[in-house]
Unconditional design. Structure first.
Length: 369
């Protein structure tokens, strides 16, 4: 076991010890047995002293109550089975006596965009279809290129479709460590090309394309914009980047402030890097270290969303500034009192409603005929 522990890992071990002591001798004899439920640990506030707003904290507490472990203690296979922030949202909704059934105002179906089992897209569109073709948004979920899937981020894609009145192509992709970098980036581009070529079958308009993503998925979206420009294919008219991974520096102000934040802290990001890349130097690849690129001109306008309690905040803002320095149009909003992963939590977190409205308003304007 590693000799250096993050504060969150220490907190988890302390919680495990406290649980075993309070439970009495019978439980204390086998706290780490294969069948024993993992002890719960409290959601940690940001190290900067910034605390999540009450609604955001309720989600973090609900996720923690489900018994997940710090990701740095797990293998990728184990991490994929852990309770997610989405599970925290559902737990809050159930406590409030509200439905967790997806909004029926949006209908879905799944289609492959490639031969690999993970090259699958879920197509979202408003249940009440317009008489003419709709704009198309190709969306990429987060998860550090290692965990999560289109189910985890269903709420974001569903809300984008409804709010932007568009077809949303939520694209899964090959993940590490089974398929290391740049497999996910190759798949993201392939999904975009597929969406353009098959837009007619989706009741979509290939002349009104946009791209969107969250976290690692926002990095994929940013790269698709660059690749589409370089390949001189159909260009997206807009890019929605929600707290993108845009650099490889883990000493930025937001990393320092939020080193032990939940649900994403510095140790979590280090774990993703360890599992996503075959070699450490791959994290310096320009597809990851977007902030240092010198070829950012000629890209579509961007909407960029960040969260106060997020280690990725500084690099996300730096990427927005780099796009503007290259002559691009960027609208950026930072949301206080919320953490990484807040964007799709509009059913329980008011700031998520504000962020989604900001995003869909800009998308609708960009994609209007």
């Amino acid at each position: 076991m590693p000799s250096q522990f993050s504060p969150r890992r220490k907190a988890w071990f302390a919680a495990a010890l406290a649980t075993s002591l309070l439970a009495g001798p019978a439980l204390a004899q086998s706290p780490m047995s294969a069948t024993a439920p993992p002890p719960k640990f409290p959601a940690m506030p940001a190290a900067s002293g910034a605390r999540p707003a009450a609604d955001m904290q309720a989600v973090l507490d609900a996720q923690a109550s489900l018994g997940g472990k710090p990701v740095e203690l797990l293998t990728p296979a184990q991490a994929r089975l852990q309770p997610s922030p989405t599970d925290g949202v559902k737990t809050v909704l159930m406590k409030q006596g509200k439905s967790t059934v997806p909004d029926p105002a949006v209908v879905t179906r799944e289609l492959p965009y490639g031969a690999h089992p993970q090259q699958i897209a879920r197509i979202y569109m408003p249940a009440v279809k317009p008489s003419s073709a709709m704009p198309v948004i190709v969306y990429y979920h987060g998860g550090g290129w290692v965990i999560a899937d289109i189910d985890t981020y269903d709420a974001s894609a569903r809300q984008l479709s409804l709010g932007a009145e568009a077809v949303v192509v939520s694209s899964h992709y090959r993940q590490a460590p089974e398929d290391m970098f740049p497999a996910s980036h190759d798949d993201a581009y392939a999904a975009y090309v597929w969406a353009v070529e098959n837009s007619g079958e989706l009741n979509g308009d290939a002349a009104r394309m946009a791209i969107a993503g969250e976290s690692a998925g926002a990095n994929l979206a940013a790269n698709v914009a660059i690749m589409a420009r370089d390949a001189k294919i159909t260009q997206p008219l807009h890019q929605l980047l929600v707290y993108p991974i845009a650099g490889n520096d883990m000493t930025t102000p937001s990393y320092v402030e939020n080193a032990d934040a939940a649900p994403l802290g510095k140790a979590d990001m280090a774990w993703f890097v360890d599992h996503a890349f075959a070699a450490e130097e791959d994290a310096a690849d320009p597809r990851i270290n977007l902030v240092d690129r010198d070829d950012l001109s000629g890209l579509p306008p961007a909407t960029l969303i960040t969260a106060q309690i997020d280690p990725l905040r500084s690099e996300s803002i730096a990427y927005g500034e780099a796009l503007m320095a290259a002559g691009g149009k960027v609208e950026m909003n930072n949301y206080d009192g919320v953490t990484h992963e807040f964007f799709g939590m509009g059913s329980v977190v008011p700031q998520a409603v504000e962020a989604m409205t900001f995003a869909t308003t800009n998308l609708k304007a960009a994609l209007a005929k």
